[in-house]
Design a protein around this ligand. Sequence first.
Ligand code: DI6
Ligand code: FE
Length: 413
Amino acid sequence: MTPSSASRPSLWLNARLASMDPAHPAPYGVLENHALLLRGGNIEAVLPQAGVDPAAFDGDVHDLQGRWITPGFIDCHTHLVYGGSRAAEWEKRLNGVPYQQIAAEGGGIVSTVRATRWLDEEELALESLPRLKALMAEGVTTVEIKSGYGLTQADEIKQLSAARRLQDSLPVEVAATLLAAHAVPPEYAGDADGYIAYVVDSILPLAARAGLAEAVDVFCESVGFTPAQTRRVFEAARAHGLKVKGHVEQLSNLHGAELVAEFGGLSADHIEYLDAAGVAALKAAGTVAVLLPGAFYFLRETQKPPVALLRAAGVPMAVSTDLNPGTSPFASIRLAMNQACVLFGLSPEEALAGVTRHAARALGRGATHGRLAAGCVADLLVWDIDHPAELAYSVGVPQLKQRVFRGSAQNLE
Ligand code: DI6
Ligand code: FE
């Protein structure tokens, strides 16, 4: 929804802020006994409580009575706009049907492509709406949505338009990414290079011209596209002024992260097989490492991302749901935070930074999103918790009391 500069100014008193702002050195950037002044959809000031006089304020006043506030959550990697379900295929796999047979029977990504092509833009938005609403109900205020289940010019544009339609109808900010290079569609079977030429010459230029995507992603993998093909897409993205990011090093190490870094990419995502050279490349380029523990869990993978190396190098680690029908059918950012801690060894503070400050950077929004700081957007969450570690600790416990988007509050009780 367009930022509501019409929201009344508001003052949020007696709060405990998990600001996630590195300007404040305490864990979680904690500021006890503080107040927030919101105006025009932005945070105008972060103030010590003692210096605030609510009587002199002309706007809405909220007394938080010591409740915690965090920045709004940012889910920086999702494929939530799609048609159909792959539950039946998953059931078959669990009953012992081999993957090759499922693929031969039209399963896998191709089945989601078929179901997505079948729907028109409005139906696609409608079918995707509950997934986005579930993320929002947990506190997501900015979400990235990828295409990648259309794989024709018209169907990729349709997916991106459905994402735009969702943003226009709900109090949430959507960052749309073109992932036309997600899989080779049936029409190009055996001709991945031919499909990449179509992506570069036809799909990408139209998505850029229409202003429907701000970034371009590629599935760079043995079962996806080669580094050479990925490079062609990134070069086209650069020529059209779009940022790049990559699904890289998920199942093997093709050095895709180094390629993303070479193009000054926003983020390298999955990265279970990332090595020391890849970590160094991300660090040098200022590229964010996006951890997607939902897919690792659902695929029962064993190779973990090199968290200790990333941490030692000071590469920012974001955490995201990867919400998609094939490998991470989970519309829960709290689950992703918990999985990042349990499966990958992040601390609860790192998990929270992963869905706020670092996720903002992964979307090129580090200056304005993901922190409670003057000048940032007024996207924030009011919690009934005793400590911010609770946010990564449990899943499904209704602790979110208010969700504030661009200064406008939604009560959730
Ligand atoms: N990596 C994945 O794990 C998903 N896409 C990707 O690039 C798979 C998506 C699907 O199976 O539908
Ligand atoms: Fe993904």
